[in-house]
Design a protein around this ligand. Structure first.
Ligand code: PMP
Length: 360
């Protein structure tokens, strides 16, 4: 743990230290196998336990109902932008809420495959808000309704589960997976790229209701076919073996720490500490509208580009990293996922106060 710094990266991001230490301890000889997980056949008994164990712990932590399947897929979250329409479009209609860059990218991809209706968009306000239920215009005959549950770049988050009636809701939870309890039965499918709150890059986890799979398309690429992936236990070909193993360790850590309730409590604490401070001063301005603020990515600026640059440089000198905001928003962004200790947030706020005193 020596020399580790507070890393506010939006992803890949900080991992829980006990997870890294466990992986290090098992690196050269996993469970008496005489080899690293990286060196092992994915068709071995050892690996069976890992891939099934990863599903079991996720199912326990989220209380995932029996009629949902868990899939591990490659291509990150972006591959799901294509896989979702290819698998879930039956009549060829789908509705999207466009609340940020990744929702927009998903929408653009889906447009290649069918008739896509925009159910709501905050693009004209540079994605500073998430729609309220009454702002959603969802077609009752859409095959699915798509949202991005947490908008990593803009620092906004859906604080409710959208109700689309009989239309299944699909949610990209890449940047808030494992951060709060979710009633999975309110969604047709959720998915997440792993590299923020679940493990290293290289995979996406898909949790999907069984009846939404298997709508046969003649030209379906094999690796995007949810039904095939479910039938093959995510091993049609070689899966991202080490990423799945790390995701298992992270999810076990979540369970040991008290599960999703505990993660939610910590996320509320971390984010409210930062937002309370932002609201107490005129020096910094939060980028997102208050009702839509994310518990995971806190975006703010001083209002002066030169001062923002100075802030970022001095934060690096103070031993923090990755506080620079995304170019679409500017300013600063503190990504505070599960692995960020409360002390890291305290340290950042302390730094912000000093910077304010020295520069106002
Ligand atoms: N969705 C969200 C919410 C994201 O934050 C990101 C990545 N930052 C993506 C999708 C794209 O993920 P990937 O790089 O794994 O394709």
């Amino acid at each position: 743990s020596e020399g580790r710094i507070y890393n506010f990266s939006a992803g890949p991001s900080m991992m829980p230290l006990p997870v890294l230490e466990k992986a290090a301890a098992e690196m050269t000889n996993y469970g008496g196998s005489g080899m690293s997980v990286m060196e092992m056949s994915h068709r071995s008994k050892y690996y069976d336990d890992i891939i099934n164990g990863a599903q079991d712990v996720l199912r326990r932590v989220y209380n995932i109902p029996d009629n949902y399947r868990i899939l591990f897929m490659q291509g990150g979250a972006t591959m799901q932008f294509s896989a979702v329409p290819l698998n879930l479009m039956v009549t060829g209609k789908a509705d999207y809420a466009i609340t940020g860059n990744f929702a927009r990218n998903a929408y653009k991809e889906a447009k290649k495959f069918g008739d896509i209706h925009i159910a709501a968009t905050s693009e004209a306000d540079n994605f500073t808000w998430v729609p309220t239920p009454d702002q959603l215009d969802i077609r009752p005959d859409a095959d699915y309704f798509y949202i991005c549950a947490n908008n990593t770049i803009f620092g906004t988050e859906w604080h409710y589960d959208p109700n689309a009636g009989d239309v299944p809701v699909v949610a990209d939870m890449s940047s808030n997976i494992l951060s709060k309890p979710v009633d999975i039965s309110k969604y047709g499918m959720i998915y997440a790229g792993a590299q923020k709150n679940m493990g290293p890059a290289g995979m996406a986890v898909v949790i999907i209701r069984e009846d939404l799979m298997g709508h046969y398309r003649e030209n379906m690429p094999v690796l995007l076919d949810y039904q095939l992936m479910a039938d093959k236990n995510s091993m049609y070909n070689t899966p991202p073996t080490y990423s799945i193993y790390m995701m298992k360790l992270v999810t076990e850590w979540v369970e040991q720490m008290g599960g999703l309730e505990a993660m939610a409590k910590n996320a509320d604490l971390r984010s409210s500490m930062l937002y309370d401070y932002l609201d107490s001063t005129d020096f910094y301005k939060g980028a997102a509208q208050k009702a839509s603020r994310s518990r995971m990515n806190v975006t703010f600026r001083t209002g002066n580009d030169e001062l923002d640059k100075k802030f970022i440089q001095e934060s690096i000198d103070a031993g923090m990293t990755n506080l620079k905001g995304h170019r679409l928003v500017g300013g600063m962004r503190a990504s505070i996922y599960n692995a960020m200790p409360i002390e890291g947030v305290e340290y950042l706020i302390d730094f912000m106060k000093k910077f304010e005193n020295n520069n106002k």
